[in-house]
Write a protein that binds this ligand. Structure first.
Ligand SMILES: Nc1ncnc2c1ncn2[C@@H]1O[C@H](COP(=O)(O)OP(=O)(O)OP(=O)(O)O)[C@@H](O)[C@H]1O
Length: 261
């Protein structure tokens, strides 16, 4: 059994009286592809937000590589090795593809702000190194040919790919992908599935994703966690989740579940 990289213990996140996340516990093993699914408003994005430090959980604990994350700020959590993409693509649209990657690498750069502004010795050699690394990463992701294009001019599927490349560029071990297939056509979704598996298999990354596309979820997940109204209602292998009565009820309504039982 491989080691646990992320663990949520009895995590709650309340907004006033609304229990967006209610006593949720699960763990993710190193190298796993884990999916988080559930109806709209189930609390999926809120889980990502408490893991990445956007919100401090109301109660419970979040452990990453044996460090308690609860009180860390988002930029500190990125440095520790968790990177994320967003439901609505967040790129620097006016900057080039290459510049987007170089900026994402800044948290690992040895060069300080003063050195950058004053162009002190070390700046040029460091920039050269970072540019080379960014180009290698773009090549790996099949985007090198687009490096000088403005991010906003890329087709939608490639913008999503660029977001994932940016997450990788931070050097993270754990990638949180929020609806990576949203807005993609079936061919783009199939390509994305292959890419996510390649990143896990070849780069040994751990992937935690939120997704509504069941073909993607069932096709690539090692395990799946299901939320409904902030509570975890199921956790297991894809075939277990597909046949889980509570999950079918949450998605399709009790009547349909009873009719198909
Ligand atoms: N900052 C906030 N303040 C108040 N309520 C919030 C806040 N963020 C989320 N919520 C509420 O918490 C609940 C869970 O929202 P969340 O966005 O986590 O759901 P989700 O499962 O990601 O939904 P979707 O699939 O539609 O993206 C919703 O009722 C939402 O309105």
């Amino acid at each position: 059994m491989s080691e646990v990289i992320l663990e949520l213990k009895n995590v709650c996140m309340y907004f006033g009286g609304l229990k967006a996340v209610d006593d949720v516990s699960f763990d993710i093993k190193k190298g796993e592809i884990m999916s988080l699914i559930g109806p709209n408003g189930a609390g999926k994005t809120t889980i990502f937000n408490v893991i990445t430090g956007v919100y401090v959980p109301t109660s419970g604990e979040i452990w990453f590589k044996k460090v308690l994350l609860n009180k860390y700020k988002p930029h500190q959590i990125t440095k520790m090795g968790i990177a994320r993409t967003f439901q609505n693509i967040r790129l620097f649209k006016q900057l080039t593809v290459l510049e987007n990657i170089i900026l994402a690498m800044h948290c690992r750069r040895k060069i300080g702000v003063i050195q950058s502004v004053l162009r002190l010795p070390g700046y040029h050699s460091e920039l050269k190194k970072v540019t080379k690394r960014a180009e290698e990463l773009l090549d790996y992701m099949g985007l090198l040919g687009k490096k000088d294009e403005k991010a906003e001019n890329l087709p939608y599927g490639e913008q999503r790919k660029l977001e994932i490349t940016r997450a990788l560029a931070t050097g993270a071990d754990l990638l949180l992908l929020d609806e990576p297939a949203a807005g993609m056509n079936p061919q783009e979704t199939t390509n994305l599935m292959e890419l996510i598996e390649k990143i896990r298999n070849e780069l040994q990354k751990t992937i935690f994703l939120i997704e509504h596309d069941m073909k993607l979820v069932m096709g690539i997940s090692d395990r799946i966690v299901v939320l409904d109204y902030g509570k975890k209602i199921a956790e297991g292998l894809p075939h277990e989740i597909r046949n889980n009565k509570k999950v079918i009820e949450a998605y399709l309504g009790k009547e349909v579940a009873n009719a198909t039982a």
